[in-house]
Design a protein around this ligand. Structure first.
Ligand code: HEC
Ligand code: HEC
Length: 253
């Protein structure tokens, strides 16, 4: 059902589901889920599999609800059946993300409908202050060859994990930092570890952590988030801007 969100896949569960699928389902549904030698239908085109959000449609079938139609009950407990369902969903999602079924040959992805020249002009005014196509974004389309992923990456400001090492001292171009001014006038600067309405915790340059009570011992707080601009820009792009910039970026090979 469009608009409805599936539960996000857990990689460990999906990996187990893949293994269990190979043992219990592959003979009938095929290694690629497109139907197998023993007569199971293509699951990539199955409404049931396409609509399943969290095992609620697939698991009963695994447990035998289609026995009279030729699909035997498979002896898997609930957790294992759910893992198989998660694996089936993950395969379908990967294919939907790539916009094409596997091994269907080269296709022009439908997201490449923008105007690369206009994207280039847009880039020059909105992005070139922070990025250069000869420097940090050089060959970005070779690094991220899938246009959809490239589009997701530039919209989000990167494909990397949000914070790989929040407690550590290592900084990257996307590290969020903060400067705290104490009532004495002293300032403390560090990497932002955690912030809520009451407390803020920083990792200082020497690796130590310091927590401040926001209401009592801070007179000024400045937060520097390198990706804030990316998030703010999200609400400014028109669909055309997005298509044009993507069309331009895919030329950067
Ligand atoms: C012995 C062969 C066989 C095995 C093993 C088997 N299936 Fe099936 N499966 C079928 C057949 C045949 C159907 C079609 C039943 C029908 O028409 O309703 C089916 C239907 C389904 C459907 C519904 C498809 C639809 O759109 O109606 C799902 C989902 C499914 N199987 C998943 C699995 C999973 C997951 C496993 C392994 C845990 C599995 N099957 C193992 C033969 C098999
Ligand atoms: C105010 C500065 C700023 C502006 C403006 C900006 N970005 Fe970024 N962008 C960043 C920062 C910071 C990162 C994270 C860099 C990193 O992780 O190395 C980033 C990351 C990216 C990445 C991911 C790079 C990678 O190597 O994964 C892409 C692609 C990108 N931006 C494209 C754009 C585009 C296109 C625009 C204009 C529409 C834009 N950015 C505007 C600061 C900016």
């Amino acid at each position: 059902m469009p608009g409805q969100r599936r539960a996000p896949g857990d990689p460990a569960q999906i990996a187990r589901g893949k293994l269990l699928f190979g043992i219990n389902c592959r003979g009938c549904h095929g290694a690629d889920l497109r139907g197998g030698d023993l007569g199971g239908p293509n699951l990539l085109r199955s409404q049931v599999a396409l609509s399943d959000l969290n095992g609620e449609l697939i698991v009963p079938i695994i447990h035998g609800s289609r026995q009279n139609m030729g699909m035997p009950a498979i002896p898997l407990n609930d957790a294992d059946a759910n893992a198989v369902a998660a694996y089936v969903r993950s395969v379908i999602e990967t294919i939907q993300r790539q916009g094409a079924p596997p091994s269907s040959g080269e296709q022009v992805p439908s997201i490449l409908i923008g105007n690369a020249d206009e994207g280039k002009a847009y880039f020059a005014t909105k992005c070139a202050g922070c990025h250069s196509v000869t420097n940090d974004l050089s060959k970005i389309a070779s690094r991220i060859p899938d246009p959809k992923q490239l589009q997701d990456a530039w919209l989000a400001g990167g494909t990397r994990e949000e914070e790989e090492d929040p407690e550590g001292t290592a900084s990257t171009a996307r590290t969020v930092t903060a400067t705290v001014t104490l009532p004495s006038g002293e300032t403390v600067e560090g990497k932002l570890v955690r912030i809520d309405d009451f407390l803020i915790t920083l990792t200082l340059a020497d690796g130590s952590q310091k927590t401040f009570r926001r209401t009592e011992n801070i007179s000024k707080l400045l937060i520097h988030d390198p990706l804030k601009v990316h998030r703010d820009l999200l609400s400014q792009y028109t669909d055309k801007d997005i298509h044009d910039v993507t069309a331009y970026l895919v030329t950067l090979k």
